[in-house]
Design a protein around this ligand. Structure first.
Ligand code: PBG
Length: 323
């Protein structure tokens, strides 16, 4: 007998497809990363991330205005300081590039939500995410520096801080420091399940944060591990994380889905630099339809369970969604 069920009936035209669509994207879902550097009137394109720039504070403000005008609610700031040393002292300098950018953006565009990446690797001469002793990153002494960095961002007016270093206990240390300094209302979005990924390659060019020796495998997670992500997330929530993040996104959709099912806090996913560059490069070669590939990737990340997506595609996607 001819089948009773014909799933194609509700795929017949775009109207019915729209009506039964399970996942939809909105500019509200996006957080746009920005790279702040020193100097004036600097806007240097990052070779491996076409359309992304290292920008001085004056230019960041202009760029942030554009992001805001597209309906994207938030930016994530990374700093590329003039001065790097063993202990990353520019990270908690009240006159550091990120601190200046926060003040400038909050002054000119108060309606834009400013999140800061809290990590040492952009500020240390060795490029690791913490203090080095005996050839390895020392966990506990690093916590103090991260807490100082988070407090200095909050003092400059950051709306939220996002630690990405993967040291044990950092969410608790940052929460305690923020509370003690009067910032109990500043939330923490923790990079809770952050994997040691090859897909961060282009970012490290952007942030000039490539480790000068070794790699990050003694602190970032092993890409082979799925259950361990639940443990990392549980610990961060216990320590006071308000939003948790899975990173990268495209190659960890299973992890996003597991985390979404297991916990009731908002889940963010970081569509990282390498995921962006792959699509940009294939599109440049004429091998892929960039807009369609971008929207498919972002929809997949949302479908897997992400409430928020950190993505270099935010502006391009918002332009399509606003049409
Ligand atoms: C800093 C940090 C990294 C990214 C975000 N924060 C790089 C790393 O851990 O090496 C990667 C972002 C991207 O690739 O887009 N620790």
């Amino acid at each position: 007998m001819f089948p009773i069920h014909r799933p194609r009936r509700i795929r017949k035209n775009e109207i019915i497809r729209r009506m039964v669509r399970e996942t939809s994207l909105s500019p509200d879902d996006f957080i746009y990363p920005l790279f702040v550097t020193y100097g004036k009137n600097v806007r240097k394109e990052i070779k491996s991330m076409p359309g992304c720039f290292q920008e001085s504070v004056d230019r960041i403000v202009k760029h942030a205005k554009e992001v805001h005008s597209l309906g994207i609610p938030s930016v994530l700031l990374f700093g590329i300081p003039e001065h790097k040393d063993e202990i990353g002292s520019s990270a908690y300098d009240p006159h550091g590039v990120v601190q200046k950018a926060i003040r400038a953006i909050k002054d000119k565009i108060p309606g834009l939500y400013v999140i800061t990446d809290v990590c040492m690797c952009e500020y240390t001469s060795h490029g690791h995410c913490g203090i080095i002793e005996d050839g390895d990153v020392k966990n506990d002494p690093t916590l103090e520096l991260l807490a100082k960095e988070a407090v200095s961002h909050a003092k400059a007016g950051a709306d939220m801080v996002a630690p990405s270093d993967m040291m044990d206990g950092r969410v608790g240390a940052i929460r305690a420091a923020l509370d003690e300094e009067g910032f109990s209302e500043v939330p923490i979005m923790s990079y809770a399940a952050k994997y040691a990924s090859a897909f961060y390659g282009p970012f490290r060019e952007a942030a000039e944060s490539t480790p000068q020796f070794g790699d990050r495998r003694s602190y970032q997670m092993d890409p082979a591990n799925r259950r361990e992500a639940l443990k990392e997330v549980a610990l961060d929530i216990e320590e006071g994380a308000d939003i948790i993040m899975v990173k990268p996104a495209m190659t960890y959709l299973d992890v996003i889905s597991d985390v979404k099912d297991a916990f009731d806090v908002p889940v963010a996913a970081y569509n990282v630099s390498g995921e962006y560059s792959l699509i940009k490069a294939a599109s440049k070669l004429g091998w892929i339809d960039e807009s369609r590939a971008m929207m498919e990737v972002l929809t997949s990340i949302k479908r897997a369970g992400a409430d928020l997506i950190l993505t270099y595609f935010a502006k391009d996607a918002a332009k399509i969604l606003n049409k």
